[in-house]
Design a protein around this ligand. Structure first.
Ligand SMILES: C[S@@+](CC[C@H](N)C(=O)[O-])C[C@H]1O[C@@H](n2cnc3c(N)ncnc32)[C@H](O)[C@@H]1O
Length: 247
């Protein structure tokens, strides 16, 4: 079972007991930091986090959705790559996760999977494909605000060995921890929002996968929550944020 620290990741990163081999994360969106789209303070905040991140494998994987707002694309992925370069992290692969359903994840149909390396980095599958497609799932609202463990598990297996520890500084509902548990790694995360962190349920995906199914079951059954934007939802209940129109 993983460890989810319910606190600011900058506090976790200062903990002397924190040891980790690999980092996989999806950084907080502007709105999650109380900022307007495009606010330069976002980059300052991320620099303050990533300057402290130091996995022993020499690999950080960032799942990063750019933000489309008011007809403008804010390239958080490019901003982040500049920040990482400041701390000696080179971009070694830029893969694309294509949304196979019409999900309004910041109004873009794709997300970047950015792999940064420093020093002698562990990479067990350098020929992994550049484009990733997954069947729709809504485990823990994974396609709303986060990513599904199925996306993360191959990345964990590519950059770590069984028994190693994977840390997610922006852990959300704990999908990185679940993916780590599912392939014999140890998951550690930080999540600042206690309501979000409370949704982390170690082992739940293992049960569903072993049972041969992993799709809409949790959403169909409901989880007793208020169906807020971070609740499991079916694709046809997803609506655009902020009333912005696609183009
Ligand atoms: C894009 S979501 C991550 C979703 C996650 N990958 C998942 O699948 O559930 C970013 C998360 O970072 C959290 N967050 C924002 N600021 C934080 C901070 N300073 N420290 C830790 N978590 C933070 C937000 O509450 C949000 O849950």
């Amino acid at each position: 079972m993983g460890t989810l620290y319910v606190e600011d990741c900058r506090v976790t990163l200062a903990r002397p007991e924190l040891k980790y081999n690999l980092v996989i994360t999806s950084p907080a969106e502007y709105s999650e930091l109380g900022m307007e789209a495009g606010d330069p303070a976002w980059a300052e905040f991320m620099a303050g986090v990533f300057e402290k991140v130091n996995p022993s494998s020499g690999v950080i994987v960032v799942v990063q959705t750019d933000r489309k707002y008011g007809g403008v694309i804010y390239q958080k992925s490019a901003t982040l790559t500049g920040i990482m370069a400041r701390f000696g992290w080179r971009l070694s692969s830029q893969r694309i996760w294509v949304k196979t359903h019409n999900v309004w994840l910041y109004r873009l149909g794709y997300t970047f999977i950015l792999t940064y390396k420093r020093g002698k980095a562990l990479d067990l599958n350098p020929r992994a494909p550049d484009v990733v497609e997954l069947p729709f799932c809504n485990h823990q609202g994974a396609w709303m605000n986060g990513f599904p463990p199925e996306l993360i598990r191959p990345l964990i297996e590519r950059h770590s060995l069984p028994g190693m520890t994977v840390y997610d500084p922006f852990a959300g509902v704990g999908n990185t921890l679940i993916a780590a548990e599912n392939c014999g790694r140890i998951g550690i995360g930080s999540e600042i929002d206690p309501k979000t962190a409370a949704k982390y349920q170690p082992g739940i995906l293992t049960e569903l996968m072993n049972d041969g199914g992993f799709d809409n079951r949790r959403g169909d059954e409901g989880d007793g929550s208020d169906n807020g934007s971070d609740s499991p939802v079916s694709p046809d209940r997803v609506s655009p944020e902020d009333g912005d129109e696609p183009d």
